[in-house]
Design a protein around this ligand. Structure first.
Ligand code: 4NP
Length: 160
């Protein structure tokens, strides 16, 4: 049985990437594909290692049925580029930081998450950390759109 492993990445791993992880886990479980699609998240920074997602992210996600409470912050490491098939960044700054850690031969694995949204209104998921509650809703809207597109792509990859 072939499988695929994906890792969502933002700066802190407490707002955007845990939200994407929660949304994608939900979609993958609903599709009965949890044994075939492995999901994780990480931050490019080290400030929030071991922390639960931001309470605002947890609250906004919980209201839409996504439970982020078990997730804990961690920092991306070079070995992650071997373990994962796709490393999905929230913004261009994340991409630049990832490229500086990634072995050059594996750089094709780094993509912008929003590239999987159709149509992609914005190619970046904006950082909600220093803003208000509406920023967390926007992150959820974007993650829901992109993760649906991503699941469709992964289904094809698993069937190939
Ligand atoms: P995230 O948001 O990258 O979506 O997890 C942030 C979380 C923390 C910080 C910045 C962005 N920070 O500066 O601590």
């Amino acid at each position: 049985m072939n499988t695929v492993s994906i890792c969502f990445v933002c700066l802190g791993n407490i707002c955007r990437s845990p939200t994407a992880e929660g949304v994608m886990r939900h979609l993958v479980n609903e599709a009965g594909l949890h044994e075939r699609i492995h999901i994780d998240s990480a931050g490019t920074g080290d400030w929030h290692i071991g922390e639960a997602p931001d309470p605002r992210a947890q609250r906004a996600a919980g209201a839409r049925g996504y439970d982020l409470s078990a997730l804990r912050g961690r920092q991306i490491a070079q070995a992650d580029f071997e373990r994962f098939d796709l490393v999905l960044a929230m913004d261009e700054a994340n991409v630049a930081a990832l490229r500086s850690v990634c072995p050059p031969a594996l750089r094709d694995k780094i993509r912008l998450l929003m590239g999987f949204a159709s149509p992609a209104a914005s190619l970046e998921v904006s950082d909600p950390y220093f803003g208000g509650a509406e920023g967390f809703e926007a992150v959820l809207d974007q993650c829901e759109a992109a993760c649906a597109g991503l699941l469709a792509v992964l289904r094809k990859r698993l069937a190939a």
